[in-house]
Write a protein that binds this ligand. Structure first.
Ligand code: PMP
Length: 424
């Protein structure tokens, strides 16, 4: 059935055709800007779902891709290896402290692989552990394993009977001016400690900042205490840095900012600077060693056709080089957000402002918090009409711009939010 404004053959994610505004038609991206077919330009204030790390059309990545495309575009990764994959593995090992790299295609699969590795690692040792622990409010992706460890929500409701059981600990989120965080942290740690009395294969968390679950920030010291409990139990610690990785926290990885060292790390989004879909799961060498031997069944029987796609590797190498060459861009972003967020925090509708690296968030005062709260869509429309693309998570509004955004563009994002709030 033809619907005005909608393409007759496309099916968009997370989108209810009956109630959503038809998607806008983008013809070009440059830096922090998206250009629509009618010539309008929008500031991409959320880096196109948090992937466009340096900016749209970043020339260094585009050129690296063209070079790689002329050299080797794809090869099966069981029988072959190639220089781009080797270099990426070496460089990520050097900056993450995790020696082994397993490739997949996106953030969800990077998480699936981490879960499968953790589960099978215990089995390979002959001591299967059957419990997995995740945190309330988590979002780890939309494939089945990733859904299972994520918070059960509207997103997973239809599949509930198919999802495996996961134990959950509270996530003691905090914000500017919060004076109750110590008590919430103590309760969360007590619960985690209780859960860890059951032999646990792995604990998975989004270090420092939960993303799609509502941009919920915890303190670095909390994560260090979590790490200590996990270590004492022997469980593996999985850091899902799909959103927070590659400078988003102000450090290369949020785990580094928090001072924790996971056993497994899932990365995607900014990995390729947002140019190509790719995910990686990094693992400690000791985890990898658990899969080696002649006994059938020790092997990790998981793989994707596009494993270690050379184009993705080339984009990722170019993106890492940019991060290394201009560290001030991610390290200095928090200081650029701060004065704007301080001003915005004085708006009567703004609650719970929080900030981590290039991610700034707050909540709009409402009696009915949640993903379906209509305030998100209303704010999105108001901001779009003023040239800024936002995508609030219900009443949670956030900015997560490309690192290339200039001061005027950033100021414009805040001014537009302030205007939109005032006309709600
Ligand atoms: N983990 C986290 C922390 C995420 O933010 C996301 C995506 N928002 C995912 C996993 C899933 O990644 P993808 O959408 O690439 O499958």
């Amino acid at each position: 059935m033809a619907r005005p404004g909608w393409h007759p053959h496309l099916w968009h994610p997370f989108t209810q055709v009956a109630t959503a505004d038809p998607p806008l038609r983008v013809v070009r991206g440059e830096g922090a800007l998206l250009e629509l077919e009618d010539g309008r330009r929008l500031i991409d204030a959320i880096s196109s779902w948090w992937v466009t790390l340096h900016g749209h059309g970043e020339p260094a990545i585009a050129e690296a891709l063209a070079r790689q495309a002329r050299t080797l575009e794809q090869v099966g990764f069981s029988d072959f290896r190639h220089p781009a994959a080797e270099q990426l593995a070496e460089r990520l090992a050097a900056c993450s402290g995790l020696e082994r790299l397993f490739f997949s295609d996106n953030g969800s699969t990077a998480v699936e692989v981490a879960l499968k590795i953790a589960w099978q690692w215990w089995r390979n040792r002959g001591e299967p552990r059957r419990q997995l622990i995740a945190f309330d409010g988590a979002y780890h992706g939309d494939t089945f394993g990733a859904m299972a460890v994520g918070e059960r929500s509207l997103f997973s409701e239809a599949f509930e009977p198919l999802l495996f059981a996961v134990a959950r600990a509270p996530w003691p989120a905090t914000w500017w001016g919060d004076d109750g965080v110590e008590a919430r942290e103590a309760a969360a740690l007590e619960r985690l400690e209780q859960l860890l009395e059951t032999p646990t294969a792995a604990v998975i968390l989004e270090p420092l900042l939960q993303g799609a679950g509502g941009m919920a920030l915890v303190r670095e010291s909390f994560l260090r205490r979590v790490e200590a409990l996990v270590r004492a139990s022997g469980a593996l610690l999985i850091a899902d840095e799909v959103m927070t990785g590659f400078g988003r926290s102000g450090h290369l990885f949020a785990c580094q900012r928090a001072g924790i060292q996971p056993d497994l790390m899932a990365l995607s989004k900014g990995l390729t600077g947002g140019f190509l879909p790719m995910g990686v799961t990094l693992a400690r060498e000791a985890v990898f060693e658990g899969f080696i031997g002649t006994t059938p069944g020790l092997t990790l029987f998981h793989g994707h056709s596009f494993t270690a796609n050379p184009l993705g590797c080339a984009a990722a190498l170019a993106s890492l080089t940019l991060l290394e060459e201009r560290p001030e861009r991610h390290q200095g972003f928090e200081a650029r957000h701060r004065p704007h967020l301080e001003t915005l925090a004085r708006h009567p509708l703004v609650r719970r402002p929080r900030l981590l690296g290039s991610v700034a968030a707050f909540e709009v005062a409402t009696d009915a918090p949640g993903y379906l709260n209509p305030v998100g869509q209303r704010l999105q429309r108001l901001a779009l009409a003023r040239g800024v693309f936002l995508r609030p998570l219900g009443q949670v509004v956030y900015l997560l711009p490309p690192l290339c955004i200039d001061d005027d563009q950033l100021a414009r994002c805040y001014a537009v939010i302030e205007e939109a709030l005032s006309s709600l």
